[in-house]
Design a binder for this molecule. Structure first.
Ligand SMILES: NC(=O)c1ccc[n+]([C@@H]2O[C@H](COP(=O)([O-])OP(=O)(O)OC[C@H]3O[C@@H](n4cnc5c(N)ncnc54)[C@H](O)[C@@H]3O)[C@@H](O)[C@H]2O)c1
Length: 317
């Protein structure tokens, strides 16, 4: 029996989710929903999902195992709770919410209904970031000493109803952009002390201290057409991992440098999936549902820690 999936919010990021669901042979995308029919029409010929412009109608008419929420941020928690209360597993785009109390509310609904819930924090499933975590866990290059992470681009101008440029609905750079790196850092190293914050004009710079390991982050939505880039440079005792957003170089202390070869990570017994992060995160969630397992890769306490740190960043503005 195939897993039945429905998705709500067929805007920008659904362009990564729908092809990922579509590639899974054991999954059927049965229904999609968006208040703008033309957003769904662009997938005509690629998928066979029924289309809805009203979420409640989709819930009434369709039977499905998983709801994938790719709606604007401020809607995630309410839609998740509604679906969980109908006995549907839910995966939602990041962030879970702009409000910390929603973490307990959504996980409470999942618990009460015995269903799975996960936030699709894609860096946890992104091959180069998975390799970085693997190096932290195995100590292959010694201990992590310091690092920098960058995530910059221009302010999004094409979101529905301009919601991304509205602080009350998107939370702007900390919630929409920086949260990727912050969630990854908290996932891998726990909650940091925040040593430095500069936050102004949709630009922010932070230094986090994880028990003596300092990580500096820069995140920005420039009000100009700056090319998007997401990079990191992590200094271990015996190597620097230098990721420019598409290629990762491993620069070693014996003065050699090589490109990361994800094939060799299989041989080393540390399998890193080579497909894209969006496929990997949705595949992981589908496998958890199929196998009756909880998506333990993500803990509600981590999501709360992320929202605590963002509250500190916003208080410094
Ligand atoms: N993981 C990533 O890399 C990544 C990248 C971009 C966006 N996101 C996240 O994905 C989410 C969506 O962002 P986006 O860029 O796709 O936004 P978007 O504005 O392009 O798409 C949102 C869609 O929701 C639809 N919508 C609004 N209200 C609705 C309702 N009541 N019922 C049904 N549909 C409704 C809109 O018509 C729109 O098509 C955000 O939370 C954002 O933070 C994640």
């Amino acid at each position: 029996m195939k897993l039945r999936v429905a998705e709500v919010g067929i805007g920008g990021i659904s362009g990564a989710h729908i092809p990922a669901w579509n590639r899974m042979e054991d999954v059927e995308l049965v229904a999609i929903c968006d208040i703008r029919p033309e957003k769904m029409d662009r997938f005509d010929g690629q998928i066979h999902a029924r289309k809805y412009t009203d979420f409640d109608e989709m819930l009434e008419e369709e039977t499905f195992d998983i709801l994938d929420i790719t709606l604007p941020t401020y809607m995630h928690a309410d839609f998740a709770v509604k679906a969980l209360n109908r006995g549907i597993h839910v995966v939602t785009e990041k962030p879970i919410s702009l409000k910390k109390e929603d973490v307990a509310r959504v996980y409470g609904a999942a618990e009460a209904n015995g269903k799975n819930f996960m936030v699709a924090h894609v860096l946890r499933f992104w091959p180069e970031y998975m390799y970085l975590k693997n190096c932290m866990d195995t100590g292959r290059f010694g201990k992590l000493v310091s690092g920098t992470m960058t995530r910059i681009g221009s302010i999004p101008r094409s979101s529905w109803d301009g919601w991304m440029q509205d602080p009350a609905r998107s939370g702007m750079v900390p919630f929409d952009l920086h949260i990727h790196d912050l969630d990854f850092l908290i996932y891998t190293m726990g909650k940091p002390e925040v040593e430095h914050i500069f936050h102004g004009m949709d630009y922010m710079h932070t230094i986090y201290n994880f028990g003596g390991v300092r990580i500096a982050c820069e995140s920005a939505w420039f009000h100009a057409p700056v090319q998007f880039r997401a990079t990191f440079r992590m200094q271990f005792e015996k190597a620097v991992l230098d990721f420019d957003g598409s290629r990762m170089k491993i620069c070693k202390d014996d003065w050699t440098a090589e490109d990361l070869d994800l094939n060799s990570s299989v041989e080393e017994g540390n399998y890193i999936p080579q497909s894209d992060g969006y496929y990997n995160e949705l595949r992981y969630f589908a496998d958890c549902v199929k196998e009756g397992k909880k998506p333990e890769i993500m803990k509600p306490q981590e999501l709360e820690a992320v929202l605590d740190v963002i509250a500190q960043i916003n208080a410094a503005k």
